[in-house]
Design a protein around this ligand. Structure first.
Ligand SMILES: *Cc1c(COP(=O)(O)O)cnc(C)c1O
Length: 720
């Protein structure tokens, strides 16, 4: 008999686990919570805190009486605690202080959104998912790391698609008590409040703490009774408001973020601004220096020495710019306390003598007050140097100090549960420690380790899982061309058919409808009886993006045409959960951006660990990763054509690759039914994409190039 006290301890450890997002990249931990209440798990979009709240203590104790459940629980808890206390991590030594000496490193990472899990609505899309993956890899690698963001109670919108293909938006409110966050309190139990002055109003905010493995994230929230009603809602919506909401949110994020860290006694050595939204943090660091008596040049140098800036946007319109009078109105009192004239402050956000000096640009602020800056792919680095060259009139284009560091994904989070167990079986648990080791993956991808038949088996399991997920969704979604639940169950998609995925924001430059631009040709391709094709779409259009919504409607119309019925599907409410299903179940991941507008893109990187292949325009990360054998490239390189000509050329190229190369490779089977050429491409993807296009490689690069230059030797030596 296990004692009552033993079970007490296990329950306590289980609660601690629920409040650490480590479980988001450990499927065995997820399975425990799912088993406790499958219904709650499903209805809360996989939230373990809600599951534990559903189960009485009596029930939990009874479950621990089941030997198998108990043993699996203990195994997961031991793994978790082992992870939390691991000493030999690649960058863990940076957190160690020595007698009389503070620890040499702590990174404070600022971002307007974080995509950590489908149950936490603090993100809108790619930027947030990238930030979430960054935090997770920083934890895995032991980089001393704290993140700052905003606590969006209503997040980004939930999407429904009505029977006319129109997007409907709703904003359900998250009750903080039901998700794995804790309010930051002082020792007496009172919430810790900080404040910023916006215009003439002092706005207070509190912070919610999220444990992400060994990393900590603080999300700031103005919804406190001390604020007037108007400011309580300031942090409710992600990118929801007008220009003046936006600048106020960014003041809370940047200036407020630094103050909040100070109020907790946290002293970062590096401030990383992930996109311009966070760039006001430089002004707060400047204020600290100036009010302590530094001269302006000294203060600026000191701020620069601490700051790193990453830009993500290759089009001028995508960068936050605020009219000067709005900046003046909201920041004048701040400037006064910082001993800055309004002219001084403005000069950080624009280029001297430029015609756009009526605006304050957050990217310029970030660039002017950082010691290093980067774009997020090789092409995007070039574009960024070109876009911001006016800031550096004395330098040639090649010398503009914006480098590049290509984005990645946190592989354990994007491996399907089945995939995760598959790699555990095939290499005795080591794969998670060797994520950025090409030699390791070269070995793993060898037929002597994993046979063709095994890989093909994995693809079949994952494709079925996806299709069954879609069919279940179809019962709740009314935009499946009027299909009833019963019909959906039997006729949507086929388990043996080549399955293409296209999911991302419905931004016009991503050209979702390109594959239907020649309907007759698409029709022939999709309906070839011997070699059929099916495609799944998902994605939200920004609430104010009429053209994006129109693209969504066009695809919806296609799903209703009888020649595409059951073969072309739009899944509503794209989120991290839908994404994880799609990137694991699809055989091919399609991306058709207009060059060079895809700064990096990351969704295609998520398919690699699951045995998916990429079919994409050579833009962003794919322009670097494609080697002729690890997927397919479409489009051409001469870009001095009209937009229409380019669209036409790219569509023809897409059809040609599908028809002549990709579809035949999928359906060309050996006598055991295995597509040898297809599997060869999967192996090539394993070798060349998995170990490179991930956030372990990315964060290691940030650490050695930007956060802690000089760490290079040490970091890589420890890793090998
Ligand atoms: C990965 C991901 C993105 C980013 O996808 P891109 O192809 O890079 O645009 C956006 N949204 C969600 C939910 C994701 O998981």
């Amino acid at each position: 008999m296990k004692t009552y006290a033993e079970n007490d301890l296990i329950l306590k450890r289980l609660r601690t686990l629920a409040y650490n997002l480590w479980w988001t990249w450990n499927p065995r931990a997820q399975a425990l919570f799912e088993e406790l209440s499958p219904l709650t798990w499903d209805s809360t979009n996989h939230n373990p805190v809600a599951v534990l709240a559903q189960c009485s203590e009596v029930e939990l104790r009874a479950c621990l009486g089941g030997v198998l459940f108990r043993n699996r629980t203990l195994a997961v808890l031991d793994d978790f605690e082992h992870y939390m206390h691991a000493r030999k991590t690649p960058f863990g030594h940076l957190a160690e202080s020595h007698p009389g000496k503070a620890a040499p490193g702590l990174v404070a990472y600022f971002c307007a959104e974080y995509g950590l899990h489908e149950s936490l609505p603090f993100y809108s899309g790619g930027l947030g998912v990238l930030a979430g993956d960054h935090v997770k890899s920083a934890s895995d690698l032991g980089v001393p790391f704290v993140g700052i963001g905003l606590f969006y109670r209503q997040g980004y919108f939930q999407q429904r698609i009505d029977t006319h293909g129109q997007q409907q938006e709703s904003y359900p409110t998250t009750d903080p008590a039901t998700v794995p966050v804790e309010l930051v309190r002082d020792p007496s139990g009172k919430p810790i409040l900080s404040s910023v002055t916006i215009g003439t109003t002092v706005v207070q905010f509190q912070g919610w703490k999220l444990n992400v493995g060994r990393s900590t994230l603080y999300l700031l929230d103005t919804d406190v009774p001390e604020n007037v009603e108007h400011f309580r809602g300031l942090t409710a919506l992600a990118y929801g408001g007008d220009m003046s909401t936006r600048i106020r949110q960014e003041i809370v994020l940047g200036i407020g973020g630094v103050r909040f860290l100070r109020s907790l006694g946290i002293a970062p050595t590096v401030f990383h601004m992930n996109e311009g939204h966070a760039a006001f943090l430089t002004l707060e660091l400047l204020r600290e220096e100036l009010t302590a008596g530094s001269s302006k040049p000294d203060a600026e140098n000191h701020v620069r020495a601490q700051c790193i800036f990453t830009t993500h946007t290759p089009v001028p319109a995508g960068h936050d710019r605020f009219p000067n009078d709005l900046v003046e109105y909201t920041l004048k009192p701040f400037a006064e306390t910082a001993h800055l004239t309004m002219n001084d402050l403005m000069s950080y956000g624009n280029v001297a003598n430029s015609p756009s000096n009526h605006e304050f640009t957050m990217t310029i602020l970030g660039l002017k007050l950082s010691r290093a800056a980067n774009g997020v792919s090789k092409i995007h680095g070039e574009i960024s140097r070109f876009m911001w060259k006016d800031l550096y009139p004395d330098l040639s284009l090649a010398k503009v100090p914006i480098g590049h560091l290509t984005n990645g994904v946190h592989i354990p989070s994007w491996a399907n549960r089945v995939t995760w167990e598959f790699w555990e079986r095939h290499n005795s648990h080591k794969w998670k420690e060797h994520l950025n080791d090409p030699d390791f993956w070269h070995h793993i991808a060898d037929p002597s380790v994993v046979t063709d038949e095994e890989l093909w088996y994995l693809r079949y399991v994952l494709r079925r899982q996806l299709i069954e997920f879609v069919r279940r969704r179809a019962e709740r979604q009314h935009a499946f061309g009027g299909v009833s639940g019963e019909e959906a169950l039997h006729h949507l998609l086929s388990f043996d058919t080549l399955t293409i995925g296209f999911a991302r924001r419905f931004a016009p430059y991503k050209r979702a409808p390109l594959i239907f631009s020649d309907v007759a040709r698409a029709q022939r391709l999709f309906n070839d009886p011997a070699r059929p094709v099916q495609i799944l779409f998902a994605g939200k259009a920004h609430p104010r993006d009429a053209e994006g919504k129109e693209f969504l409607r066009q695809i919806h119309d296609v799903t209703r045409e009888h020649q595409f019925f059951g073969r072309v599907i739009v899944l509503e409410n794209y989120d991290i959960n839908v994404a994880r299903h799609l990137v694991s179940g699809c055989d091919v991941w399609l991306n058709t951006p207009r060059r060079p507008l895809e700064a990096s893109g990351t969704s295609g990187q998520k398919v690699a660990i699951n045995g998916g292949l990429n079919l994409s325009i050579l833009d962003g990360w794919w322009a670097e990763a494609y080697n002729g054998k690890n997927g397919w490239a479409i489009g051409g390189s001469e870009d001095n054509l009209s937009q229409e000509e380019i669209d036409k050329r790219d569509a023809v190229s897409l059809y040609d690759v599908l028809e002549n190369d990709l579809i035949p490779a999928f359906y060309d089977r050996d006598k055991n039914g295995v597509p040898k050429k297809w599997i060869a491409r999967i192996r090539n993807t394993m070798r060349t994409i998995v170990p490179v296009y991930n956030t372990h490689r990315m964060v290691s690069e940030y650490a050695t190039k930007y956060y802690f230059p000089g760490e290079k030797e040490l970091g890589s030596k420890r890793r090998s």
